[in-house]
Design a protein around this ligand. Structure first.
Ligand code: MN
Length: 296
């Protein structure tokens, strides 16, 4: 029996299982102690697009660890990949790091979103230690029950304000390109990361209204399910709000804001803004250097 006789899916499963043994193009940084959390939620990574901020995400993955990690959808952008194949080595490196975490013992739950809806039929299955689910219920260390889902489910309820309708898919991707351009230029000038699209979104009245309405709709749906809160992504806007005692958490994205949602070991939760965390780390280092110089 040759490899060609094996069913196609066997070959794929075999490749996925052996993926962590392949060396990544960006080696894992030795950073000493990683920041440990009980839970990490990330979403809207959009692998397979130029919008994905792989540099910051690789940095995040190399500096953190958790018992459980939720991938809250739109991790891979299948819509974009179908139009134009784009897959730099760094995107493999992100997949590698996630599978590596699974191997190290992190429970990884992948809830596909609308851009990676082709993964949804695999709900209930496990690929290389990554559990695929349509939605999940998470209990925090202090006993709160949270519903975890991507959030595109609510677009149908909000047809009147459909996400991106006010700007359109093409315009959005054009802005993402511009965003990369500005980010690269700022990087060369030694300026911190700043998102043009994130800034623009907050200036557009319709966008602000849409986001606010969306948050309310999602929180009300969670209240109907009798949970204490909801964690979602989809609208690329990290946020924490409380509607009639129901917590709304959005873990943001890795295209514009570069955010992650984390749960500490006491059950308290926090939205991390990774560009700010990096800036703080670099400043800390500069201060340390200055101190050493002063001492000398
Ligand atoms: Mn989405």
């Amino acid at each position: 029996m040759t490899m060609n006789d094996l069913p196609r899916n066997f070959d794929v499963a075999h490749k996925v299982a052996n993926f962590p043994s392949i060396k990544p193009s960006v080696p894992e940084r030795v950073v000493g102690e990683r920041r440990k959390f009980r839970t990490i939620w990330i979403s809207d990574v959009h692998l397979g697009t130029k919008g994905c901020n792989h540099e910051l995400l690789i940095d995040f993955l190399d500096h953190t660890d958790s018992e459980t990690m939720y991938l809250v959808g739109d991790i891979i952008d299948g819509w974009r990949l179908k139009k134009k194949f784009y897959w730099p080595a760094e995107h493999n490196d992100i997949v590698w790091r996630i599978l590596r975490r699974a191997r190290r013992g992190t429970r990884i739950i992948y809830i596909p979103g609308n851009h990676d809806e082709m993964v949804r039929p695999f709900s209930g299955m496990n690929f290389g230690g990554v559990e695929i689910m349509r939605a999940a219920f998470h209990t925090t260390a202090d006993g709160r029950r949270l519903m975890v889902l991507h959030g595109d489910e609510f677009d149908t309820i909000m047809l009147a304000h459909r996400w991106l309708a006010f700007i359109g898919d093409a315009a959005y991707h054009l802005m993402m390109k511009l965003n990369n351009w500005v980010a690269a230029a700022r990087n060369r000038l030694g300026l911190p990361y700043w998102s043009i699209s994130k800034a623009a979104k907050h200036k557009v009245k319709n966008a602000v209204e849409f986001i606010s309405k969306y948050e309310e709709v999602v929180a009300r749906a969670a209240a109907e399910r009798g949970v204490d809160g909801v964690v979602c992504g989809h609208i690329h806007t990290a946020e924490f709000r409380v509607f009639d005692g129901v917590e709304y958490w959005n873990d943001g994205d890795w295209v514009e804001g570069c955010n992650a949602l984390v749960e500490h070991f006491d059950g308290s939760m926090e939205i991390l803004n990774w560009p700010e965390e990096v800036a703080r780390r670099e400043t800390g280092r500069t201060d340390a250097k200055t101190k050493v110089r002063e001492a000398a």
